[in-house]
Write a protein that binds this ligand. Structure first.
Ligand code: GLA
Length: 723
């Protein structure tokens, strides 16, 4: 899979789906530079693309370096495009020159120290190439790690920076990966805000630098740490595209830069805007990992490669491959206003309807009856819950349900015992004011004693009662993000040290309670990234639970993330975020597109809706293996029209889900063609049979009910593998 060719000093990472070529080429002074001339469809002969490495011939005003596809571009040496590395020495010099110093190839894929990453279960699944680059003057080394998976169109990259010199260096930028592709590319990315996360935006080629980023201390609602370079003619089903996802949950920057010489460079890594790092002699700094997925056949194939990689080799643990329980969460049913009676009433109704897990949301601890206090005091509020968590959990289990609990462990309320005891434990910038948001401050997770406090606080609660599920929330972003523990000149390390601390906490807590199902959340989907999914296999997709709004949110999220990662709940109408009224069928059919659950007072639903809920629960139990583990395909986009459709398929069945937002008089009969349906004979719900290829050729009619917000789900069970 990874071949090294000595004569041309060329590395070829190749499987049946993708090729990556790297080459060591001497510059004008005979220094060995590392170039990446090719990433794309599998090549027979890597030598055929080496001409791409040659600098432009003929007279040129500028440095030839500005045209070369550097694998690890640095600042200050005439490349001019966005760089990965900027290391400043004691004199303030920013120039770094990294030249090839050696390489090795290993079977498998090692983990990253302190950071989440994709993994292998068997060394035969992948090979890893380590290339060391070195700056002779400062001693800065960059070890580039490229892993090629044998059976996936996937390559991962990360960089380990080491100071092998004798003087300290300050990293002002320590990027993760860089790819330079010939030609012009559309940049596709996911943008949004609270309650409207991950809309798809496709930006045409432009001769300028386009950046998506976060400096919020979380990957954020606004941009997602994921981008696609797509050929301008690429569609969902054809054309070339390269998806790139950072396995990181904090501040990031992704740039797509098109230069005057016809190439597009993509860089990914920590956001230099909120980052510096002092690297003393002998110290190393690990940059986060990037997952690249290549497709020659459009965006769906790229997404499917990312879905299976993230589901099978980023997510971990007991719940990774297991069917996820149907849950009911009390947040929108009660907000802070609950007592055991209210909770048990909802739980009793849930048990009657076949729901499997009850989740108690915010408000069970300290003296929290509003969002103005008690974060940090993770002790049950006995006034509200006299039976304690163990009593409540016993009652809920007695009904045949599992019991889950909400936490927001990274936060502290100024009105809390924790803050009164440790006012220095929150992020703050010296004597500057501490700006609250949602009336809370953020704990400095970079501090060891804070990490240990959080580990013990959460673990103590999890030990105190039978708790089967945790919703791990994070409800504000950074301001005045400094840390008391960092010496002068090191404040720029605060944001990344926060993430390292958080990852240590998550590794410890999820490791100590391996059978607990953890779901991450950040004001809905404000930290929906591959980093969090390494610790918790699902994320609350958005606080907007309106069925029509959820179409775009879930569709957009699917560009990178699998359905098994998306929490999707049916909530009450009028919807609490947008006031819209949709029928129970539509709400259930939309939630079927993710980890299914409810977020309403079941005991307050009409008989007809309760009957529909029971039908949904029965249906989800049958279909969830396919919706959570099958192949997801986008068919019709909510960003392009009134009808949205997607499909799930595995060896046994195909499920078509279609949604029409607005009804119209005399609408045309609609049909949608399925895609990638395994061959064979299928049984449709009405008892008729149809061949897999006809489902793709002729399509499936969509008999929408004659009203707004209508949906239809058609299930085709495979009854024979051959016709
Ligand atoms: C966030 C979450 C919600 C809910 C509230 C509780 O907004 O996204 O689902 O848990 O916090 O305060």
């Amino acid at each position: 899979m990874i071949h090294y060719e000595q004569t041309n000093r060329t590395f070829h990472l190749r499987n049946d789906f993708v090729s990556l070529v790297l080459r060591v080429q001497l510059d004008g002074d005979n220094e060995p530079e590392l170039l990446m001339p090719y990433l794309g469809a599998p090549l027979c002969d890597p030598a055929s693309c080496l001409y791409l490495c040659a600098p432009r011939g003929g007279a040129s005003f500028d440095s030839p370096r500005q045209t070369l596809p550097y694998a690890c571009p640095t600042d200050g040496r005439g490349d001019y495009r966005p760089a990965l590395v900027c290391a400043v020495d004691g004199q303030g010099q920013r120039c770094t020159e990294l030249f090839y110093a050696g390489h090795r190839i290993e079977a498998g894929k090692p983990g990253l120290n302190g950071l989440p990453a994709a993994y292998v279960e068997d060394a035969a699944e992948a090979e890893t190439l380590f290339i060391t680059l070195r700056d002779a003057l400062t001693g800065l080394e960059a070890e580039l790690r490229y892993t090629l998976y044998a059976d996936r169109p996937v390559i991962t990259e990360s960089i380990l920076y080491t100071n092998t010199g004798s003087a300290p260096l300050t990293l002002q930028s320590a990027g993760s990966a860089c790819v330079t592709l010939p030609g012009r590319y559309d940049l596709i990315h996911l943008h949004g805000a609270w309650a409207k996360e991950r809309s798809i935006e496709r930006v045409p080629p432009a001769r300028l630098s386009r950046e998506i980023s976060s400096c919020r201390g979380a990957s954020g609602h606004e941009h997602n740490p994921f981008a696609v370079l797509a050929a301008p003619d690429a569609t969902e089903f054809s054309g070339e595209c390269l998806g790139a996802a950072l396995v990181y949950s904090g501040d990031f920057s992704i740039t797509a830069d098109e230069n005057a010489y016809g190439s597009t460079r993509l860089t990914l890594g920590l956001n230099p805007r909120s980052f510096t790092w002092q690297l003393h002699p002998g110290e190393a700094f690990q940059a986060p990992e990037v997952l690249f997925a290549y497709s020659a056949n459009g965006l769906n194939a790229m997404s499917q490669a990312l879905h299976s990689l993230i589901r099978q080799r980023v997510c971990r643990g007991y719940w990774r491959d297991r069917e996820r329980p149907i849950l009911i969460n009390n947040w929108e049913a009660t907000y802070f206003d609950f007592d055991p009676e209210k909770i048990l009433k909802i739980a009793r109704a849930a048990a009657e309807d076949g729901i499997e897990l009850f989740v108690l949301d915010d408000g069970w601890f300290g003296k929290r009856n509003r969002d103005n206090c008690s974060l940090g005091d993770w002790v049950v509020n006995r006034e509200k819950l006299p039976c304690g968590l163990d009593g409540l959990s016993r009652d809920i289990h007695g009904l045949g349900l599992k019991f889950g609990l909400w936490f927001e462990p990274e936060m502290v309320s100024p009105d809390s015992d924790l803050y009164r005891a440790h006012p220095d434990w929150c992020l703050h910038a010296g004597s500057r004011r501490r700006t609250t948001a949602r009336q809370q401050l953020i704990l400095d997770m970079g501090r060891r004693e804070v990490q240990d406090y959080v580990i013990e606080a959460v673990s103590g609660v999890l030990r105190s009662a039978q708790i089967d599920y945790v919703k791990w929330d994070m409800n504000r972003n950074f301001m005045e993000a400094g840390s008391d523990t960092l010496a002068d000149g090191r404040q720029g390390e605060t944001a990344h040290r926060y993430m390292l601390g958080l990852y240590r906490v998550l590794e410890t807590v999820t490791g100590a309670f391996p059978q607990v199902l953890f779901e991450s959340c950040s004001g809905g989907g404000g930290r929906f990234d591959a980093g969090m999914l390494h610790y918790m296999p699902q994320t609350w997709t958005s606080d907007d639970t309106d069925a029509a709004a959820r179409l775009s949110i879930q569709y957009g999220t699917s560009l990178c993330y699998p359905a098994s990662a998306m929490g999707a709940h049916v909530s009450a109408v009028p919807n609490h975020q947008v006031g819209r009224v949709t029928d129970m069928r539509m709400r259930g059919d939309v939630a079927l597109g993710g980890n299914f659950g409810y977020e309403l007072d079941l005991s307050a639903q009409t008989d007809a809706d309760r009957a529909e809920i029971r039908r949904q629960v029965r249906q989800v139990k049958v279909l969830r293996r396919t919706t959570q583990q099958g192949v997801f395909t986008r068919l019709l986009s909510p960003f392009a029209g009134n009808v949205t459709a997607w499909q799930f398929a595995d060896e046994d069945r195909v499920i078509l889900c279609a949604y029409r937002v607005l009804n119209m008089p005399n609408g045309e009969p609609l049909r949608v063609r399925l895609r990638g349906v395994p061959e064979g004979l299928y049984q449709a719900a009405e008892g008729s049979t149809v061949s897999g290829s006809d489902l793709m050729r002729a399509g499936v009619p969509l008999p929408f009910a004659p009203h707004d917000f209508a949906s239809c789900v058609a299930v085709f069970e495979r009854i024979r593998k051959v016709l």
